[in-house]
Design a binder for this molecule. Structure first.
Ligand code: PMP
Length: 437
């Protein structure tokens, strides 16, 4: 029995956790699609943890890989030294990455991947002799983690406002969610090109010669599942190429099969210059991220004049042996079970079941792509986020884990989900939504 006193010292800074300590909800076990709660109940994982447990929970290959590695080589410095599994994992990551992505930098989280990518972009422009390109462009309602670079390019004002100017020279594209055009849209909404042309406006404002990179999530996840309209990402690519601006895709959520291809870059057939990843890289089991770069970026650093390639970067835990082993076990599992493309097989059924909730009370929009879904709820007047939070609590009590962001319910189950489990998920959710939340 867990009492509030048992929970006193761990500071959980997310605002949404305030109520948690009064009414603890603890997971004590997990297997495949289900969590076990501290009071012995099974909870269907509708969110793959926090968008990360793509292969499902406690998968044998991953668990074994970690166990074995922990007993064999626990740590190796990533400075002037190394160990084989970090190299093996990098080769295998590059094998499944979009064409042209030739190298990875390891990090320990999505936030670190983002800050690393921004540093690479700025340093690359410098190496290329484009020393005036210091500006970075993010997007409103973008989420790129909670470190300083990610907060700066991120588009969540509430996360930024206490920290003053953060990185200077940052501008933001408009977000891609246009409710009037996007209501109950299946797949991608229309009108992407005009929206992406906003980048031309920003370029004109600052002059292309001052802009280093644009960073976007191919599908914005944490801020409510904002699906890019058709042609949007392609158009961003064209504009970036035209002006010598690097395009960074933050694939911390979309990477590793969430949309039905290994990466969103492949799904949308758009080639960014840099891709950030984390989460699904190790199935969420051990903290690890990776930043993918094109051979052009890699070669600029490795072959440029000595005085320009002082790009000191790396973490104590970069390519940590146990994380690398977990990454290899994860890639083995994805490969053996075809998980990196499984979302494309399930997507039509997923879409149909998700959109069947359209007639539930207070549902004002439904969106989906790959194995991601969002149900936007009418906020309770004067109490924003309360309705979705009520849904979260009821779903949890009924044996279903959902994620809420504002008054939006986000769904992203492990990619091993069966059709029967999709039915179970939506039957549970329907019950919650019909229940006057
Ligand atoms: N980028 C994106 C797109 C994310 O969704 C997240 C996490 N939800 C991050 C970065 C930050 O990742 P982390 O929490 O591992 O730092």
């Amino acid at each position: 029995n867990t009492t509030p006193n048992d929970l006193r010292a761990f500071w959980m800074p997310f605002t949404a956790n305030r109520q948690f300590k009064k009414e603890p909800r603890l997971f004590v076990g997990a297997k495949d699609m289900y969590y076990t709660t501290h009071d012995g109940r099974q909870v269907l994982d509708g969110t793959a943890g926090l968008w990360c447990v793509n292969a499902g929970h406690c998968r044998p290959k991953i668990t074994e890989a970690i166990r074995e590695q922990a007993g064999e080589l626990d740590y190796a410095p990533a400075f002037q030294l190394g160990h084989p599994k970090a190299f093996e994992l990098a080769n295998r990551l590059v094998d499944i990455a979009p064409d042209g992505m030739s190298h990875v930098f390891y990090t320990n989280s999505g936030s670190e991947s983002v800050d690393t990518a921004l540093k690479i972009a700025l340093a690359y422009q410098r190496v290329k002799g484009e020393g005036t390109r210091f500006r970075l462009i993010g997007r409103e309602r973008g989420y790129h983690g909670i470190n300083f670079g990610g907060m700066s390019v991120g588009g969540i004002v509430g996360n930024r406002k206490m920290f003053g100017t953060l990185l200077t020279g940052v501008d933001h594209l408009p977000h891609t969610h246009q409710p009037a055009k996007n209501a109950f849209t299946k797949g991608q909404p229309e009108h992407g090109v005009e929206l992406a042309d906003e980048l031309e406006r920003i370029v004109a404002l600052h002059d292309a010669s001052t802009i280093a990179a644009v960073i976007v999530e191919p599908v914005a996840g944490s801020t409510g599942v904002l699906i890019p309209p058709k042609g949007y990402l392609q158009r961003l690519r064209e504009i970036c190429t035209k002006h010598g601006i690097l395009l960074i895709f933050d694939e911390v959520i979309t990477g590793f099969g969430r949309l039905g291809a290994p990466f969103a870059a492949q799904y949308f057939d758009v080639k960014p210059d840099i891709i950030t990843t984390a989460k699904g890289l190790t199935n969420g089991v051990i903290p690890m991220g990776a930043v993918f770069v094109t051979s052009e970026i890699h070669d600029a650093f490795m072959t440029g004049p000595e005085h320009l390639i002082e790009f000191a970067h790396g973490y104590t835990y970069s390519g940590n042996p146990i994380a690398s082993a977990a990454g290899l076990g994860t890639l083995d599992t994805y490969k053996e079970e075809g998980l990196l493309t499984r979302a494309s097989e399930l997507a039509p059924y997923w879409e149909e079941q998700l959109h069947s909730l359209r007639d539930c009370p207070n549902v004002i929009d439904i969106r989906n792509i790959g194995l991601i879904g969002a149900i936007e709820l009418q906020p309770i007047a004067g109490e924003p986020t309360k309705r979705a939070f009520n849904a979260f609590l009821q779903a949890y009590n009924d044996g279903l884990l959902i994620r809420t962001t504002g008054d939006i319910i986000a769904l992203s189950p492990p990619l091993i989900i069966t059709r029967d489990q999709i039915d179970e998920l939506f039957a549970k959710l329907r019950k919650v939504l019909m229940n006057n939340i």
